[in-house]
Ligand binder design. Structure first.
Ligand SMILES: NC(=O)c1ccc[n+]([C@@H]2O[C@H](COP(=O)([O-])OP(=O)(O)OC[C@H]3O[C@@H](n4cnc5c(N)ncnc54)[C@H](O)[C@@H]3O)[C@@H](O)[C@H]2O)c1
Length: 290
């Protein structure tokens, strides 16, 4: 399906990523249906979207009219067949489980037109493996958004061997219409962003372990020396040390290479529940964090 033929987008999973994806799609004037098994997740998502849009208006980034139009473009439903019906693009953002994603996509395939594009927001799973559950694997592609979706510009378009050129072009066009900067990446562990970002974070931890400098100095080296908006240790606190550990273990398993081996300091902190901002302690202390 060509992007111009897509009028309705269905987003499956209304958590951290799903609500943001629904918001940016609705802001880009697609009709959007957001669906989740959990009705409370749907209500939370609606509240979050409204709050994000209110902030946008308060900061002068969005007009009142655009806010109202965006909200009018979004509907929620805990009934997935109702949500998927008539959609030209389905974006899946459920929990990171291969079996779950395969199940969701094979069920979706039975509910949509043969030309509907199916996209997964997986951050680590193989798109080729997800596509194995499909009758038409050529229409499954990775659309890896970043958190918070309404702010972050990058969108990795992840392409496995069987993706059709039309599907790839449509995903790129959707990304641009959403105001994102898409990059095309081969379906391989860690794609482009995590594979590179995790190595930097892990090396910063090894430097901390070896007493090369303290956390603030290591972060400042990258912020001022390399113009990174946030140093690698601060960023790890933001993402969550447990999340980073899981990604490092995954990359180490899949790619080998000492650069992906999780440092002891990371394992120790995770074992002590020092997970970063969410537990008020990681490589820094956050007395005032949520
Ligand atoms: N959190 C991030 O920073 C981030 C960034 C990029 C990509 N991702 C990826 O996005 C996906 C979602 O992550 P998240 O952080 O939004 O997770 P989340 O836990 O916040 O949300 C997942 C949602 O999926 C729903 N769900 C589970 N099974 C379902 C089903 N069968 N049908 C419908 N809904 C179902 C859950 O109720 C939940 O609301 C994962 O694949 C993750 O790897 C996450």
């Amino acid at each position: 399906m060509h992007e111009t033929q897509i009028e309705k987008v269905a987003v499956i999973g209304a958590g951290t990523m799903g609500h943001g994806i629904a918001q940016v799609a609705a802001q880009s004037d697609y009709r959007v249906t957001l669906t989740d098994l959990d009705p409370q997740a749907l209500e939370r998502a609606q509240r979050k979207i409204a709050a994000n849009l209110d902030k946008g208006v308060a900061r002068g980034k969005l007009s009142e009219e655009h806010r109202a139009k965006t909200l009018a473009n979004i509907s929620i439903s805990s009934n997935s067949s109702e949500a998927l019906s008539g959609s030209g693009l389905v974006i899946e953002a459920v929990s990171e489980s291969l079996a779950l994603k395969q199940k969701i996509f094979s069920a979706a395939e039975a509910l949509v037109a043969p030309t509907t594009i199916l996209a997964s927001n997986t951050s680590s799973l193989s798109l080729a493996a997800i596509a194995e559950s499909l009758e038409h694997p050529q229409r499954l592609i990775g659309m890896h958004f970043f958190n918070p979706v309404h702010i972050m510009q990058l969108l990795e378009i992840v392409v496995h061997d069987r993706v059709s050129p039309a599907c790839r072009e449509a995903a790129l066009a959707v990304a641009r219409r959403m105001g994102k900067e898409p990059i095309v990446v081969k379906d391989s562990p860690g794609f482009a962003s995590s594979r590179l970002g995790v190595v930097l974070g892990l090396e910063a931890m090894r430097m901390l372990e070896q007493g090369v400098a303290d956390a603030a100095a290591i972060d400042t080296a990258m912020e001022l020396g390399y113009k990174h908006p946030m140093g690698p240790l601060k960023l790890t606190d933001h993402v969550g040390l447990d999340v980073r550990l899981a990604i490092a273990e995954h990359l180490h398993r899949e790619l080998g290479g000492d650069q992906y081996a999780p440092p002891q300091i990371l394992r120790d902190k995770v074992a002590r529940n020092e997970l970063g901002r969410k537990t008020k302690k990681g490589f820094y202390d956050y007395g005032d964090a949520e």
